[in-house]
Design a protein. Structure first.
Length: 306
């Protein structure tokens, strides 16, 4: 087990290093950062001064070494829009994104697991057809359209909930529900398929032959094995949500990382975009590391195979 955990941690560190390298390369490929950060019509002298201040007049390898060293310390430069360290700007918005992401994830996972389990156990019935039809509609519906519909119904027509902002719990309901409905649809379809396959396995037939109670067979044997694929999806979804659900945050004026990045791109705040991409990517790697380690808990065979 120790070697399994150590290997995964080393792979995660390599992935983070790779992410930072990609951020560095992408920042140079998008154009001269000094030109991007300065207003249109800046003089060559102003560009040269900013390039020197940012160290862009040094050899590329020196720039890369400095960037990695600064990134390890959390230094991605100063936001010219907010006049503070770029990483601080992103971290100030991160709690709002975490609150939205976790709320949507908990609600979506609960709905998805319940729907998927019922659909698998009621295979061939109208219950399965209804559940999977709803799941298919949930995945096919564009998130931005669903968000707008929820605003029109619950904020404009019924006036039960606020349409934008983040001050109270009521402000969280609509954006979290918008994301949760899409998440639950994806989980339900995946869990149903996984459960149907697992229920055909020999060890499940053996469990039935031993006379075990149905809830033990379904929950302890079938569902546990089927959760491996669901964990993979949850890892990807969690990383994406923590990276900022850009469309939802924009529609509901939610002050999270995704909306901050969009605003930074609009004003060419290069350092904030760079800090946000690096932070989000690192969080994504960490979340997937946690999911990878959970594989060994949910299915001990994974530790042996790997």
């Amino acid at each position: 087990m120790r070697s399994y955990v150590l290997t995964r941690c080393i792979e995660a560190l390599v992935a983070v290093w790779g992410v930072l390298t990609i951020v560095f390369i992408a920042a140079r490929l998008t154009g001269d950062p000094a030109i991007l950060m300065l207003p249109t019509g800046a003089s060559p002298t102003q560009i040269a001064e900013l390039r020197h201040e940012l160290g862009l007049d040094r050899p590329l390898w020196d720039q890369y070494a400095i960037f990695i060293a600064d990134a390890v310390r959390g230094d991605f430069g100063v936001s010219f829009q907010h006049h503070k360290p770029a990483l601080d700007v992103v971290l100030e918005r991160f709690p709002a994104t975490v609150r939205l992401a976790l709320s949507a994830l908990v609600l979506g996972t609960a709905l998805g697991l319940g729907t998927g389990m019922i659909a698998a156990l009621k295979r061939g019935t109208m219950i399965e057809v209804a559940a999977m039809t709803l799941a298919l509609l949930g995945q096919a519906t564009p998130v931005f359209w669903l968000g707008i519909v929820l605003i029109l119904v619950f904020a404009v027509q019924l006036q039960w909930l606020p349409a934008a902002g983040s001050e109270t719990f009521a402000h969280l309901v609509l954006p979290a529900t918008t994301l949760a409905l899409f998440i639950s649809a994806a989980i339900a379809r995946l869990l149903r398929s996984s459960m149907i396959e697992v229920l055909k396995e020999d060890y499940v037939r053996t469990a039935w032959a031993k006379g075990l109670a149905p809830h033990i067979v379904y929950l302890r044997h079938a569902a546990r094995a089927a959760l491996t694929s669901v964990l993979t999806m949850l890892g990807i979804i969690t990383g994406e949500l923590l990276g900022g659900a850009v469309i939802v945050e924009t529609i509901f004026s939610w002050p999270g990382v995704g909306r901050t990045v969009v605003q930074a791109i609009d004003v060419k705040d290069f350092t904030v975009v760079q800090a946000a991409v690096a932070l989000v990517s690192t969080v994504f790697v960490i979340v997937n590391l946690a999911v990878d380690l959970l594989y060994g808990v949910v299915d001990p065979r994974v530790r042996v195979e790997r």
